[in-house]
Design a binder for this molecule. Structure first.
Ligand code: NDP
Length: 298
């Protein structure tokens, strides 16, 4: 008997476009039909269908038959607004790859289940656009039942090298915001260190060659040559979105461990960088804020 399952994807941005491509392959292999895709700016959906073979739908209502619906939008508020416009059937599973707010996500999931019988997992990813394209992200999954966790894991596996069930709904988003504030902290720390070394007369590229073979190495020290020293600042993640994640982390830390001092400072610096360079700047431009203040360019 042919499967009645239908998968769909909403939000074909820098990350979502790649994730939807993986979802489509899953749909073809498992259900023998293309994934449905929708994007607020419709031209991205049309282009996605041309490139990947997905079916672009014109309105959110056209996704109502989806039994599994994935989203990758900017914020949890966007997810809530979009889901309110899709009359999904009871029992449908929503998998939200947005880097969301854990408390808002928990409230949304509870409301969807109580009012509409819709199941929900938060499944934010780390790995950037390159990881999304290659299918090598890490997914931080929040889910409440073994069935939801199993279904979401199987799907997220398609774009991930690793899927970690972090706990109940909201735990994925909580883990992701801490991941991103650590990412920012490591970038800021590496930049401060390189600025001091440059002023002292040590070439930052040479210093990084040493540090990347030493115990001070981090993912950010390995990326600094390409993202910052090259002056490209083109990782592909908007400063406004990183600031959003850091603010979420700041709220989490403030509510759980108010004695913390380092993460709140990182949150402040991200806000100052956004005020300086704008939301659409690449997040690696936080390095330029420190350069400006130090009066030194790496
Ligand atoms: P983009 O800005 O490239 O994409 C955002 C997507 O959300 C677009 O499809 C946009 O539509 C859509 N959207 C935003 N608001 C609404 C709304 N109210 N209604 C309908 N659609 C909406 O962002 P990214 O792909 O970079 O990021 C998406 C999510 O993934 C964010 O939560 C981000 O923090 C996270 N993320 C990003 C990473 C990166 O490196 N870029 C890495 C890991 C996670 P439209 O095209 O019309 O603007």
């Amino acid at each position: 008997m042919p499967s009645t399952a239908q998968v769909g994807f909403v939000g074909l941005g820098t990350m979502g476009g790649h994730l939807a491509g993986h979802l489509h392959k899953f749909s073809q292999e498992r259900h023998g039909r293309p994934a449905l895709v929708w994007n607020r700016s419709p031209e991205k959906a049309v282009r996605h269908a041309e490139v990947h073979g997905t079916t672009a739908v014109a309105s959110l209502g056209d996704l109502s038959a989806c039994t599994i619906l994935c989203l990758c939008l900017s914020t949890t508020a966007d997810v809530e607004a979009v889901l309110a416009q899709i009359p999904l059937e009871r029992g449908a599973l929503v998998i939200d790859a947005t880097s969301g707010d854990p408390e808002q996500t928990k409230a949304l999931a509870a409301k969807l289940l109580a009012d509409r019988g819709i199941r929900f997992c938060d499944a934010p990813v780390s790995g950037g656009p390159k990881g999304a394209e290659a299918g090598t992200c890490t997914t931080m999954l929040g889910g409440d039942t073994p069935e939801d966790i199993a279904a979401a894991s199987e799907l997220c596996d398609r774009w991930s090298k690793k899927v970690v069930h972090c706990g109940p709904v909201g735990a994925g988003d909580a883990t992701k915001c801490i991941n991103n504030v650590l990412n920012s902290a490591h970038l800021l720390l590496a930049t401060e260190g390189m600025l001091a070394l440059k002023s002292y007369g040590v070439d930052p590229a040479t210093a990084l060659e040493a540090i990347n073979g030493g115990s001070g190495m981090s993912l950010q020290t390995t990326r600094l040559p390409d993202n910052v020293l090259s002056r490209k600042f083109n990782f592909g993640f908007a400063l406004g979105l990183m600031r959003k994640d850091c603010n979420i982390a700041g709220a989490l830390v403030g509510s759980q461990t108010p004695s913390a001092t380092l993460i709140p400072r990182v949150v402040e610096l991200l806000g100052e960088a956004e005020a300086e360079f704008g939301s659409d700047a690449d997040y690696t431009q936080v390095a330029q804020l420190l350069e400006k203040r130090a009066g030194v360019e790496l």
